[in-house]
Design a protein around this ligand. Structure first.
Ligand SMILES: Cc1cc2nc3c(=O)[nH]c(=O)nc-3n(C[C@H](O)[C@H](O)[C@H](O)COP(=O)(O)O)c2cc1C
Length: 120
């Protein structure tokens, strides 16, 4: 399987990023091909809700989200990792998920995993 891990904490090697690394190690040991994206390295603007992508399937904004969506489409399994911020996922991951508007209908038949780290 092609596994894509998206680590969204701003803290590299923080708690959720370490969970990503362990997930990656286990998946590689099991023979899977793994790619990890550290979201803080990427430039991702907010979705503006313009709805152009409903017809074009492409976002009018030109930033790193095109590349991330292409990677997501290629993956068989997608791992989303986030610290818990005020009882939910962090804003960085939510911003990325919102930008999936341009391609989420093609993200079918995939396994999704959610890795969360909290205070305790
Ligand atoms: C703005 C903010 C809000 C937080 N809210 C929560 C929360 O609601 N519940 C919780 O258990 N931890 C909360 N925490 C703690 C983090 O989730 C926790 O330290 C987490 O393990 C950090 O993950 P990271 O090292 O991957 O960034 C919060 C931390 C921050 C900075």
């Amino acid at each position: 399987m092609n596994v894509l891990i998206i680590s969204s904490s701003p803290r590299r090697e923080g708690n959720s990023d370490l969970l990503c690394n362990e997930f990656m190690r286990g998946a590689q040991e099991a023979g899977h091909t793994v790619k990890k994206i550290f979201l803080k390295d990427k430039n991702i603007n907010y979705c503006t809700g313009c709805s152009v992508c409903v017809n074009t399937k492409r976002c009018v904004q030109k930033d790193d989200m095109d590349e991330i969506l292409d990677e997501m489409k290629l993956a068989d399994a997608i791992v989303l990792a986030s610290p818990i911020y005020f009882y939910t996922i962090c804003g960085q991951l939510k911003t990325m998920i919102d930008r999936c508007c341009a391609g989420y209908t093609e993200l079918t038949d995939k396994d999704f995993y959610l890795l969360l780290s909290g205070k305790n």
